[in-house]
Design a protein around this ligand. Structure first.
Ligand SMILES: [Zn+2]
Length: 369
């Protein structure tokens, strides 16, 4: 028995009853300023694309020289880890990528380097990870990363500078409205990452390295899109089981976890006995129920956004800046409408999913060479 999880479920149940929510996800949707239908469309669209996950994991097993992946193999890097990129080179790569998108974006990002607003050096006692800290709108943001010279770290710098760009632009919206809701907060960061990825991928001529790059990108995207939706599916199943039957045993929760994970990977990955406990280490289930779908939302939203950019670069850039500078002063659907996207449409998410399918197709072609 996991008493804390049952307490979370019971507390959530009570809150739904007292406040007359129709669905377990509604309190989170309210905070995210998104309607239930849109979230259900997102979940449905992602789940119906689960076969592409299996397709990639079968390919990845081959590339790693395995018969079949086990759960712990899924994020193993194909072709090893690319490292040895000094911070000066990182700066050049990131700023060039931003500049090709828009000189204004490079100017804002460049200020973070020039004015030393990025704490990148590794020191004993320094906090791990990376983030961009928004202060108050009268001050600029600060970035913390732990730069080791890997390609992943270059992506992290590009990611955090995206937050920096977003937060710098949204200062205009004022202290009460500059903060973007969870669903939109990762827009510029993920967009920045894609810009740099495409630049590196286009520039790389070695097929083996191209394959490594693209597999890394797919790994990240799958973790953010498919895995987070499988987690949301588990969480929903747990809350619904709790609603129907009160307290749940650890075994029941484990079974739900295995079932929702197996639905995603099918027979392409062996889910080991240890994997049964995976749900226990996800803090969101305890502290912020139904947080996870926002990751998938944000990632797919940005992939759709990126398609828009590719289709008409000159019309896109100005609207994109306008959208970012509004911060959280409009609802996500209103912000999306500014760049010509309608997130309420059932088919909306398909553009992002198709992009992922294209990446898997590219990886398959590179692997066959
Ligand atoms: Zn981020």
């Amino acid at each position: 028995m996991k008493p804390s999880t049952n307490m979370v479920l019971a507390d959530h149940r009570l809150s739904l009853e007292i406040r007359r929510y129709r669905h377990p996800m509604e309190p989170r949707n309210l905070a995210n300023e998104i309607d239930l239908e849109s979230v259900l469309h997102l979940i449905e669209s992602v789940k119906s694309a689960y076969p592409v996950v299996r397709r990639f994991y079968r390919l990845k097993a081959k590339l790693l020289g395995l018969k079949k992946l086990s759960d712990y193999d899924r994020y193993a890097p194909v072709g090893g880890i690319q490292a040895g990129i000094d911070f000066k080179t990182c700066r050049r790569i990131v700023l060039e990528g931003y500049r090709e998108f828009s000189p204004r974006a490079a100017e804002i990002a460049g200020e973070f380097f020039d004015k030393r607003w990025i704490d990148a050096q590794i020191r004993p006692g320094k906090q791990g990870g990376g983030f961009c800290c928004q202060t108050t709108p009268d001050l600029h943001p600060y970035i913390l990363v732990n730069y080791t010279g890997s390609l992943r770290d270059v992506m992290t710098v590009a990611h955090e500078l995206g937050h920096g760009l977003h937060q710098s632009l949204a200062r205009r919206a004022g202290i009460l409205e500059s903060d973007a809701p969870l669903t939109m907060a990762e827009t510029a960061s993920v967009f920045g990452e894609i810009l740099i990825f495409e630049k590196l991928f286009e520039g790389e001529k070695n097929p083996q390295k191209r394959l490594g790059l693209i597999c890394g990108k797919i790994d990240d995207n799958f973790a953010t899109v498919f895995r987070q939706i499988a987690m949301t599916d588990f969480e929903l199943a747990a809350h619904q089981a709790g609603l129907a039957g009160g307290e749940l045993s650890s075994r029941t929760l484990e079974n739900l976890w295995m079932k929702t994970s197996a639905e995603m990977v099918g027979d392409s990955v062996t889910l080991t006995e240890h994997y049964r406990h995976g749900w226990k280490y996800i803090p969101h289930f305890i502290h912020t129920p139904f947080y996870c779908y926002a990751y998938a939302f944000a990632q797919l939203f940005v992939l759709c956004l990126y398609q828009k950019y590719k289709a008409d670069k000159s019309a896109f850039v100005g609207r994109y800046f306008e959208m970012l500078s509004l911060g959280g002063s409009r609802r996500p659907d209103e912000l999306a409408a500014l760049v010509g996207l309608d997130i309420r449409q059932k088919e909306f998410w398909q553009a992002g999913i198709s992009f992922l399918e294209t990446l898997v197709g590219q990886a398959e072609r590179l692997a066959s060479k």
